[in-house]
Write a protein that binds this ligand. Sequence first.
Ligand code: A2P
Length: 280
Amino acid sequence: TNATAVKTDAPKKMVLPDAQTVTSVRHWTDRLFSFRMTRPTSMRFRSGEFVMIGLMGDPDPKTGKQKPLLRAYSIASPSWDEELEFYSIKVQDGPLTSRLQHIQPGDEIILRPKPVGTLVHDALLPGKRLWFFATGTGFAPFASLLREPQTYEDYDEIIITHTCREVGELAYGAELIEGLKSDELLAEVIGEGFWKKIKYYPTTTREQSPKMGRITDLMRTGEAFADLGTGPLVPATDRAMICGNLAFNLELKEMLESYGLEEGANSDPKQYVVEKAFLD
Ligand code: A2P
């Protein structure tokens, strides 16, 4: 029984706390992958929130005890999906992602089913146009929100900008957005052609692509607004969510403030919200 098993040195299969099972894995580039896993039936969340997920850490050399190694991950699937999806970077010497990148269907992942976060509709005041600003894996919460019916019920127009170093890093987002055109559930709930509300604006900074440059620079020069056929954001009608690396978040936050938008929170909804893409 358990009492005797604990005393042996032989490796035994750990029964992970809060374990869920991986159902599929896709590798997008040598730096990026996404995976899906089972969702606890009792777990509720709002599209755009994040949870702690991870694997059991290595045994402590002195005590032999193992502790969970957890990181915050935005849930990339929408709240109605019966599975959970995540989009992750692979850091070769990252404590978690160096191992997480090798997961296979059937493997177990630890999930602390306590979703939280600020990139939620509740943290924004009503508006007409919603901007999603992402860099790299910061696209993840928007993958959730783009599949969330409320996004299309609440806004006339959704603009998603995604800045990555290389073209291959845009693939996850590009495929997801393309897939919305044939999303039967959303079409049924929102009405055919809901996806026409979306304007997708991908840019790259270190590899040639149709639109080069950081979104912040493209906004500063006005090029992005000219391409999109909008003016700069205005507090009366524009709402924004930001998720990317720290420098990007800070720079864009400052720009939005200069347009007169104010940062909202769950308890105090305003014109924009920000959350960082968590790196290993
Ligand atoms: P750049 O290549 O010019 O640094 P990372 O992979 O380092 O997180 O970066 C993801 C993308 O975010 C890159 O294209 C990077 O551009 C861009 N980026 C980094 N910092 C900023 C910033 N302050 N404002 C806008 N984009 C940024």
